[in-house]
Write a protein that binds this ligand. Structure first.
Ligand code: B1M
Length: 210
């Protein structure tokens, strides 16, 4: 890791929003790109937060304040990540599936897709299959994108695909899924059209799908 990113990494581990904001700004001022700060500072720090949670050193409150610190840093990067001169590629509705409140990855995917020229309708978190269907009817998107971070909420992706089918909308939209526990095999097994491991691949997959 670039030593200039160490304070960013530490601010996320400490859950310090102010420090996260300040150190991301310093890293930008020092000439690091938004992508470098994201992929070498913020994302590895959140992965470490997950490790610390798994081994019982961090609990839900620590994860939550680290997530807020990450959002504080991301707010500075967002305008840089979405800056785009690309003509409109189409519309994407995106949400984290029902029962799941994790939104950092979903927000990053939305940012990168916006940067790639898509119009984004963000349905937020805890989005039920019915809500996805209702939004697909209302907004007529080219892509329905779903994120899940919990193994227990992944089945909602399949239920949403089924609900889109039952509503007669499946043939008009491509469905993309992703999130830490999701795999390409899983995507294929539930009949999704696309899958990506990270936000920038999600944007290129979305372009490929339209
Ligand atoms: Co939770 N949590 N969490 N959590 N949390 C995980 C996911 C976990 C892996 C931690 C662990 O045990 N190591 C674990 C899940 C285990 C499992 O199911 N396999 C877990 C758990 C258990 C829980 C609770 C159940 C804890 C509890 O209450 N006992 C609870 C569930 C709440 C709920 O959702 N109902 C819970 C709660 C929370 C907080 C609210 C405290 C907070 C979320 C805050 C927020 O999002 N606003 C939180 C956090 C922060 C995490 C970790 C630490 C970090 C997640 C994150 O933001 N990562 C996480 C551990 C980890 O992931 N290592 C963990 C950074 C983000 C950039 O990555 O989201 O993976 P990610 O997104 C990536 C890719 O996955 C991909 O692109 C993104 C960017 O490159 N991607 C897509 C994501 N969506 C995509 C969609 C696409 C394509 C790619 O196409 C559409």
């Amino acid at each position: 890791m670039d030593p200039k990113l160490q304070p960013v990494y530490q601010a996320i581990l400490d859950g310090d929003q102010k420090a996260s904001h300040q150190h991301v700004q310093s890293a930008l001022d020092a000439g690091l790109s938004a992508e470098e700060i994201l992929t070498q500072g913020l994302i590895p720090a959140m992965a470490e937060v997950g490790n610390l949670f798994e081994c019982g050193e961090y609990f839900v409150p620590e994860m939550l304040i680290s997530a807020r610190a990450m959002q504080a840093g991301l707010s500075l990067l967002k305008p840089l990540l979405v800056a785009s001169n690309v003509a409109s590629m189409g519309k994407v509705i995106i949400g984290t599936v029902q029962g799941d409140l994790h939104d950092i990855g979903k927000n990053l995917v939305a940012m990168m897709m916006e940067g790639a020229g898509f119009e984004i309708v963000d349905l937020g978190t805890d989005v039920s299959p019915d809500k996805f269907v209702e939004a697909a009817r209302k907004h007529t998107p080219q892509i329905v994108a779903m994120s899940a971070l919990l193994t227990t909420t992944m089945p909602k992706m399949e239920m949403t695909i089924k609900a889109l089918g039952e509503a007669g909308l499946r043939k008009n939209v491509k469905v993309m899924i992703g999130g830490a526990p999701v795999t390409e095999d899983y995507a294929r097994s539930i009949g999704a059209d696309g899958y990506a491991t990270d936000a920038s691949r999600a944007a290129s997959t979305a372009k490929f799908l339209v």
